[in-house]
Design a protein around this ligand. Structure first.
Ligand code: NAD
Length: 483
């Protein structure tokens, strides 16, 4: 019989097992060994959680709590997260295989989301609209009600912060289905939110498989909104299930984001940012800068510098805190290996590779960062998300070709533009078909304040910033005839 500690669901402020009693092992990606288990939720637990959220919203203390008090709960939660920063970083690092420094950054980010949305909670209001004489018309802004949040394993803390933080600030009661591969940090954050004064039922977490608990949540008729972050294929399924009940959906999906480097770029500034944008979190980042488009005049010089930087990258267990940790699971490692192997077989040149530490545990899911050059733009490795530390570089001749290549995938999440020519920077940024463009930087160090989201297969709707808070509200029009 297994003696692994079991982490239970968080429903109505209580830690509950699944009715079935079943669990799922939690694997440490750094050595491939199980070290804990989570409850395997099904439709039964999802239903309990939605009911708890509904009660909290319709009848409970949460539904009656003034906006300023909701903000104070989040502010206290921010302080508690900061107080427990080390504990949360250790949990996230082991669960996701994230180098410790990167896990610490994620804790800083969730605290910042709570801080931002704490301050914003009582600043969201509606409008009084001009209308016919004798009428007063209010465009009232109200929370949706019960919101569902399906979260992936690559940045559990950050994505919870931006999605659930905003939904709670707006007054919704939330049901969260985190990813089966990494959810331990969120169960701990739920406890901290309860300690911060969040009333019972305002937040509920059901753990389990996507095909069971996730599918049950997406299809639940008791939801008023769903925020999904994950792969495009699952996003389609979630949107289809939600459509059965006409539930609005925000989809934050994948990307194949380009970094476009013009001849006049500052290479000293660009090189470390380009490397980090595809190596951070072992490349398992939706907004990873995984395509590099380089103007011919600077192509060879940049590739030489990048090759040196890639060759210097070290990969090892999360606790070793190197540039790159393991991938999340064995199947992800197999997928990344296969995509790079296919590219090699197609004659695509490997310009450089990092190194896996010789003493990294044999069972860990390690992949050495790989720089590919002269990649044909139509090849799968230049078109599909690898979700590993693999950069596909290709040359371009002029601005028109750069824009065509940058927009030439089914995705449109983020783009980077490197140039000293201000007019060109703005012109190219405006032509990018995506949700965020960074000029002479990439990612803006997280940017909690900055609306984020995609176009095309990268999804629709925006999270983060005030825009993200508004997306967890809806307008109700109240027309009053007073004369
Ligand atoms: P995934 O789609 O497999 O899983 C995401 C979540 O959906 C998990 O909680 C999973 O359990 C759940 N799920 C799986 N099948 C489901 C179903 N049938 N119904 C309902 N829920 C289901 O994605 P992943 O592999 O965990 O995450 C990687 C993907 O997420 C990448 O494509 C990445 O680009 C994307 N991502 C996007 C953003 C963004 O903000 N745009 C952020 C992070 C990750």
């Amino acid at each position: 019989m297994s003696t692994l500690p079991v982490h239970l669901h968080f429903i109505g402020h209580r830690r509950l097992p699944s009715a079935s009693g079943e669990t799922i092992p939690v694997i440490d990606p750094s050595d491939g060994q199980p070290y804990a288990a989570i409850a395997r939720g099904t439709a039964a637990e999802v239903d309990l959680a939605v009911q708890a959220a509904r009660r909290a919203f319709d009848e409970g203390a949460w539904g009656r709590m003034p906006a300023v008090e909701r903000g104070r709960v989040l502010a206290r939660a921010c302080a508690l997260v900061q107080e427990h920063a080390d504990e949360l970083a250790q949990i996230e690092s082991r669960d996701c295989g994230k180098p410790l420094t990167q896990a610490r950054n994620d804790v800083t980010a969730i605290a910042r989301y709570f801080e931002f949305y704490a301050g914003a909670a009582d600043k969201v209001g509606g409008q009084v609209l001009p209308y016919l004489p004798g009428y007063a018309v209010l465009a009232d802004r109200e929370p949706h009600g019960v919101t569902g949040h399906i979260i992936p394993w690559n940045y559990p803390l950050q994505i919870f912060g931006r999605s659930v933080g905003a939904a709670l600030a707006a007054g919704n009661a939330c049901v969260v289905k985190p990813a089966e591969d990494a959810c331990l940090s969120l169960l701990r954050v739920a406890e901290l939110l309860a300690e911060a004064g969040l009333p019972e039922g305002a937040l509920n977490i059901v753990t389990g498989l996507g095909s069971e608990a996730g599918a049950a949540l997406a299809a639940h008729p008791g939801l008023d909104h769903i925020s999904f972050t994950g792969s495009p294929a699952t996003g389609t399924r979630v949107a289809q299930a939600a459509a059965e009940h006409h539930v609005p959906v925000t989809l934050e999906l994948g990307g194949k984001s380009p970094q476009v480097v013009f001849d006049d770029a500052d290479l000293d500034a660009a090189v470390p940012v380009i490397v980090n944008a595809v190596v951070q979190n072992a490349g398992q980042t939706c907004s990873a800068g995984s395509r590099l488009l380089v103007q011919r005049g600077v192509h060879d010089a940049l590739m030489e510098r990048l090759a040196a930087a890639f060759a210097a990258l070290r990969v090892g267990p999360a606790g070793a805190d190197l540039a790159c940790g393991p991938l999340i699971r064995a199947s992800q490692l197999a997928r990344v290996r296969q995509m790079v192997q296919e590219a090699r077989e197609a004659g695509i040149a490997v310009a450089a590779e990092g190194r896996i530490e010789p003493d990294a545990p044999a069972g860990g899911y390690y992949f050495a960062p790989t720089l590919l050059r002269d990649v044909p733009p139509g090849h799968r490795i230049a078109q599909e998300e690898v979700f590993g530390p693999v950069l596909a570089a290709m040359p371009f001749a002029d601005e028109a070709e750069a824009v065509a290549l940058a927009n030439g995938t089914r995705f449109g999440l983020v783009a980077g533009v490197w140039t000293r020519d201000g007019s060109r920077a703005l012109r190219v940024a405006r032509r990018m078909r995506c949700g965020q463009v960074f000029v002479n930087n990439y990612g803006a160090a997280g940017g909690v304040e900055l609306p984020f989201g995609g176009v095309k297969s990268s999804g629709h709707g925006r999270e983060k910033g005030i825009e993200g808070l508004l997306s967890f509200t809806r307008i109700k029009t109240i027309a009053i005839k007073h004369d």
